[in-house]
Ligand binder design. Structure first.
Ligand SMILES: *Cc1c(COP(=O)(O)O)cnc(C)c1O
Length: 363
């Protein structure tokens, strides 16, 4: 691309984020298991609220997302003024990086961590640093060993996408204790609602007791509102203040705010979604193990399937085979896991279809 213009350093090093496939040629029925969306969709009350907004499209939204922040605070037992809403948690991740890092700084994340962390680092000319994992799990000692005087932010997705593994609340606290005060620890808890393990915490209490921890959450996964682009961050007051200066004045649409309020209040729908996922993730893992492939140790709404054979029965070949049957899952080469595919837990029917197709492929 020839241009007389020179973007800032780092930007041309970015490989743009590639979302999951949404269509396949030549198949009637497409099963979309590539983006960790909620197969049950959003709360019917959220859809109703969204529809109610159609007469208001000429109005600017409330720039402070006040009703939504009230609803989040009430339902999560948090302080309203420490909550900042964004157009997806992706927006909040990039704002945090913009706020606290620049050229010469380092942004630390773990080896198979969510790709938006290195991408966001490069947008501001900072250097992304990947720290080694063991057993596809965030390793606190490795992160601490990689932290330098140039480190400005550490991102931990907990549980992580795409590995699906998590670290305990105690491990997160140990990470915070071991990092310099001047480093911001960002806990990305996009899949928190799905995790049932006793030693897990999304991280709100660590935010409350520190000046340098942020937790990010999203409405794209459990709440089934990925298309509306809605996320939130729980912050120390000084960080909330910084984000509020940096964000666009109307960064969250009216429809997203209205639907979000109803979604977070609908605990019955959240419960249904959690139970559906737990049941079919367990079933998927059992069935896939019977086929002789490793289903991974995932606590979110997806599985990371590892294919043993680099040849005919490789992950790439499985991806292509599934696609011919209209089943879309996620390739993992971009995450350094080329022998794996990430499979979102779908409806019962979709989950049975992908297992049946994998059975045929592996035969
Ligand atoms: C899906 C996901 C998000 C959510 O992104 P949104 O911008 O809120 O849709 C954030 N972090 C991780 C690790 C994710 O997998």
């Amino acid at each position: 691309m020839n241009s007389p213009l020179q973007p800032r350093p780092g930007i041309l090093d970015i490989s743009p984020y590639v979302g999951g496939d949404a269509s396949a040629e030549g198949v009637n029925r497409v099963i979309r298991l590539a983006s960790n969306e909620n197969p049950l969709g959003p709360s019917p009350k959220a859809i109703e609220a969204y529809t109610r907004m159609q007469g208001e499209l000429h109005r600017y939204p409330d720039g402070g997302s006040n009703d939504l922040r009230d609803a989040i605070a009430a339902n999560e037992g948090l302080e309203q003024d420490r909550i900042v809403c964004g157009a997806g948690s992706d927006e909040l991740i990039s704002l945090l990086v913009r706020a606290y890092a620049g050229p010469g700084d380092e942004v630390l994340y773990s080896e198979h961590g969510f790709l938006m962390y290195p991408i966001s680092a490069k947008t501001v000319g900072a250097t992304p640093v990947a720290s080694p994992e063991h057993n596809l799990t965030t390793d606190v000692d490795e992160l601490l060993a990689q932290a330098t005087t140039r480190t400005k932010l550490v991102f931990v997705a907990n549980p992580n996408n795409p590995t699906g593994t998590y670290i305990s609340a105690e491990e997160l606290r140990r990470l915070r204790r071991g990092l310099p005060e001047s480093v911001l620890l960002v806990i990305d808890a996009a899949y928190a609602e799905y995790v049932a393990e006793d030693d897990y915490s999304a991280g709100a209490e660590l935010v409350a007791e520190s000046e340098n921890v942020v937790m990010t959450r999203t409405f794209s996964k459990i709440h089934g509102l990925a298309s509306l682009r809605l996320g939130w961050a729980y912050c120390p007051p000084a960080v909330a203040d910084v984000l509020n200066r940096l964000r666009g004045p109307f960064n969250v649409s009216l429809a997203a705010q209205a639907a979000g309020v109803e979604a977070i209040k609908d605990s019955a729908h959240i419960q249904r979604s959690v139970e559906h996922n737990a049941k079919w993730l367990t079933w998927f893992n059992q069935e896939v193990a019977k086929l002789g492939v490793e289903p991974g140790n995932c606590v979110g709404n997806f599985a990371l399937v590892r294919f043993p054979d680099p040849g005919e029965k490789s992950a790439d070949a499985a991806l292509a085979y599934l696609k011919t049957r209209g089943i879309l899952v996620r390739a993992m080469g971009g995450y350094g896991l080329p022998d794996c595919l990430r499979v979102t837990i779908g409806t019962e029917d979709e989950t049975r279809s992908v297992v049946e197709a994998l059975g045929k492929f592996l035969k």
